[in-house]
Design a protein around this ligand. Structure first.
Ligand SMILES: C[S@@+](CC[C@H](N)C(=O)[O-])C[C@H]1O[C@@H](n2cnc3c(N)ncnc32)[C@H](O)[C@@H]1O
Length: 209
């Protein structure tokens, strides 16, 4: 599988969607942005062009996807000089504090969709240590609406993806995510539909001051 398909394909559509959404929500070129589960830079190539040099940061568990993205996407687009190597981290533990900066914005697109509740908890424990008070984490998830049985496979339209309670790709209820974040410094708002072509929903998590 190539690096574009490995992050879900729809390279241009979902890449553009992420950039447009973040800009519409107030992303400025001078912000420092963390791409949580950056993969092979589907959003990254666009964010690197938009943000000031060295203001894009990415972490991912998969070193191969990062390398493929650098070689086949960031390099050919002439963007390598805007992305110092120390702005990238291979980790499955979301230890964003290792960058040694405080972020204005973070994005986790199509990441919670692949994580267990305890992995999401780890992410939500770690990120506040690396975010400014008032900074926003935008995170997408597959929603199991109230009233539908969570233990049944759930097919999402558009996109035709089937999600599960206990198997990747996962679905969650809004209340599940609020419970996972309980006691952590986040103020959570469900944005819901945001034009994602596979029915992923958007959550806004503001790092409480
Ligand atoms: C569907 S891809 C999305 C990539 C990227 N956000 C995008 O929209 O193109 C999911 C990404 O999450 C990464 N990932 C999964 N579990 C992770 C973890 N525990 N820590 C960091 N990254 C993780 C995968 O390696 C993969 O690159």
């Amino acid at each position: 599988m190539n690096h574009r398909d490995a992050v879900g394909g729809l390279w241009d559509e979902i890449g553009e969607l992420q950039l447009r959404f973040l800009v519409a929500q107030g992303l400025e070129p001078g912000h420092r942005l963390l791409d949580v589960g950056c993969g092979s830079f589907r959003a990254g190539v666009r964010l690197l062009r938009y943000l000031d040099p060295s203001h894009y940061f990415g972490l991912d568990a998969n070193a191969g996807l990062i390398e493929a993205g650098l070689k086949h996407e960031v390099g050919p687009e002439g963007l390598l000089e805007r992305l110092p190597r120390e702005n990238l981290l291979v980790t499955a533990l979301f230890e964003a504090h290792r960058f040694g900066v405080l972020f204005d914005v973070a994005l986790a697109q199509s990441v919670f969709t692949h994580l267990t509740a305890n992995q999401i908890r780890r992410c939500l424990v770690e990120l506040p240590r690396a975010m400014k008070p008032g900074a926003v984490l935008w995170a997408t998830f597959f929603e199991c609406p109230e009233g539908l049985p969570e233990e049944q496979p759930l097919r999402h339209e558009p996109g035709g993806i089937t999600t599960f309670l206990d198997q990747d790709p996962f679905h969650y209820r809004e209340e599940d995510l609020r419970r996972i974040a309980a006691g952590l410094p986040w103020e959570i708002t469900k944005i819901g539909a945001w034009g994602h072509p596979r029915d992923q929903r958007m959550l806004r998590l503001v790092r409480a001051g």
